[in-house]
Design a protein. Structure first.
Length: 110
């Protein structure tokens, strides 16, 4: 086999390996159905779940349908920020989605 043929075969092999590596870096999370993503998000603190939803256009409104709300006072620097977040969360939440659990954690502000 000539040097140019060997070189061509090596280039083809290199390209094939690169393509395999690229396929391994595919975003498989975005391919999941909404119900699976919602299930995963239901394990997050609600503040972080809402923040996570801004990472993708498709997920932008998913936070409105999370069936489990975990609201931890310690995630907020002031009482006002906490109450504003909870108020907005309950106002804009999809009312057609059943709420399976509500977890409020933290001591009261004095």
């Amino acid at each position: 086999m000539s040097d140019s043929n060997e070189e061509s075969l090596m280039n083809l092999e290199t390209m094939r390996k690169r393509r395999q590596c690229d396929n391994q870096n595919d975003d498989r999370l975005s391919d999941l159905p909404d119900c699976v993503i919602l299930h995963i998000l239901s394990f997050f603190d609600t503040k972080y779940a809402v923040q996570t939803c801004v990472l993708s256009k498709r997920w932008r409104h998913l936070w409105k349908r999370i069936p489990t709300l975990m609201l931890h006072r310690s995630r907020f620097t002031t009482k006002k920020r906490f109450t504003t977040f909870v108020s907005n969360l309950l106002t804009f939440r999809d009312n057609a989605t059943a709420l399976h659990a509500l977890d409020l954690v933290g001591r009261a502000w004095y």
